[in-house]
Design a protein around this ligand. Structure first.
Ligand code: ZN
Length: 439
């Protein structure tokens, strides 16, 4: 009965989609059929086998058993019957306008001081393409590091089909306070440009949020902590930036636009203000105390750890920087484990851009699983969970009737070996195939 009902529903859906299309345009959308040997639906506990995914235009029309699905005539057929198929992945913390700057080549500062914006945009275009080719069909890109509203421009170019790239949720310029972001360390007489929009006081904070939202920000990004060091008792200290009044102004304004606020916060006072101010997601969250976790749980705050990036570029072992770098990685690991135990809502984030885009994005999955997360939970953190955080449940992070046709495939089973996700061999976004190396 259930099978019959499903069949009737599927038929009804396809008829109604057809009817809509007939009404809206004379040329019917092309139909693609994907034969999936194994299909991971992150909503379910076990994968499905021998499935047929019917795609019309840029949307999934139906998913069903190969045995009971009759492919429509004239459909293009993609055979992934010997592969494992998953929804396109989501990285919730990237910077396409950063390139993992090498200090020997001038580091972060040269980006802002020497490179024309067009050059930075060209590099961002390459970063976006790299993400797509690795199976990341959606990025929440959390600020342009001095490249203004460049992310909104790249997003537009992707959406208009000029360049290949993931669907982007852009945070534009980001917000911090005086003394709260580079460029710094120059003669105090010089007025240096900054990698974010600097605000002081709740009026300026609200104004910055308004300006960024009106210029196309999908999210607002705020730096709630800046410098960090090892404290007197061996703890990780981080310098707080915005006051409670300032962050509250940003959150209040942003929520009024029905948008959300992502807060970079390492530890201590700044992290506490982020939560008291109503931030929607905590970025990095290196040192989460038990009471912090309890508050995040109570408030439904998203946690976007970025483990892998803190294993990069450590200072020499017995220097203050070297000690701090090692402490950051170790407290982050502890916080991640505690967050898992407490069932916090964890989303996959890498800080790519802090890491060179030539490196694999999927290295974060390896870190998560090494620290005890199951493969399925790691996949969920990059699919259904961020879909919910981004208010796109059912649209992305799943392959289901009505979702965008964002589909990837790997050769073997990532539920057994997470490293498979570092070797994505098939990528479709919006119904368009960008990569197919499956034999
Ligand atoms: Zn970042």
């Amino acid at each position: 009965m259930r099978v019959f009902l499903a069949a009737v529903m599927a038929l009804w859906c396809s008829v109604s989609v057809l009817a809509q299309q007939a009404a809206s345009s004379s040329a019917p959308s092309p139909i693609t059929i994907i034969r999936a040997g194994t299909l991971i639906d992150p909503r379910a506990d076990a994968p499905l086998h021998n499935q047929v995914i019917v795609i019309r235009g840029n949307r999934v029309e139906s998913v069903g058993d190969a045995a009971s699905t009759k492919p429509p005539a004239n459909a293009r057929i993609i055979d992934l019957s010997h592969a494992t198929v998953l929804p396109g992945l989501i990285d919730s913390h990237t910077h396409i306008f950063l390139q993992g700057e090498d200090p020997a080549e001038g580091g972060y500062d040269v980006n802002i001081l020497k490179y024309p914006l067009a050059y930075r945009a060209a590099r961002a275009t390459v970063a976006a393409r790299r993400a797509l080719e690795q199976g990341f069909t959606t990025l929440r890109d959390v600020e342009t590091e001095g490249a203004g509203y460049g992310d909104v421009g790249i997003k537009e170019a992707i959406d208009q089909g000029y360049i290949p790239g993931p669907r982007l949720l852009a945070a534009t310029r980001a917000i911090s306070t005086t003394g709260g972001y580079p460029l710094e360390g120059y003669a105090p007489e010089l007025e240096m440009p900054k990698g974010v929009e600097i605000v002081d006081g709740p009026v300026e904070a609200r104004k910055a949020a308004r300006e960024q939202l009106s210029n196309g920000a999908d999210w607002i990004k705020v730096y709630m902590t800046h410098r960090s060091w090892v404290g007197k008792n061996g703890e990780l200290v981080s310098q707080p930036t915005l006051t409670l009044d300032e962050i509250k102004a940003v959150v209040d304004e942003t929520h009024g636009w029905q948008k959300k606020v992502a807060c970079h916060a390492y530890s201590g006072i700044g992290l506490q203000r982020a939560l008291d101010g109503g931030c929607d997601s905590i970025e990095h969250g290196l040192d989460l105390k038990d009471n912090t976790i309890a508050q995040m749980k109570r408030q439904g705050t998203w946690y976007c750890p970025t483990l892998a990036v803190y294993y990069h570029d450590w200072g020499p072992e017995n220097t203050p920087e070297g000690k701090r770098d090692r402490l950051r990685a170790s407290v982050h690991a502890t916080s991640f484990k505690k967050a898992m135990q407490a069932n916090l809502k964890i989303v996959f984030g890498t800080d790519m851009g802090g890491i060179k885009w030539t490196e694999p994005i999927a290295q974060e999955f390896d870190r998560m699983v090494e620290l005890g997360m199951s493969q399925l939970e790691a996949i969920r953190s990059a699919t259904v969970r961020p879909a919910e955080m981004l208010d796109m449940t059912g649209q992305i992070g799943v392959i289901a009737a009505g979702s965008y046709a964002d589909v990837i495939a790997v050769v073997d089973d990532p539920l057994k070996d997470i490293k498979q996700l570092g070797n994505v061999q098939f990528v479709m976004k919006d119904g368009q195939v960008y990569k197919n190396e499956i034999r």
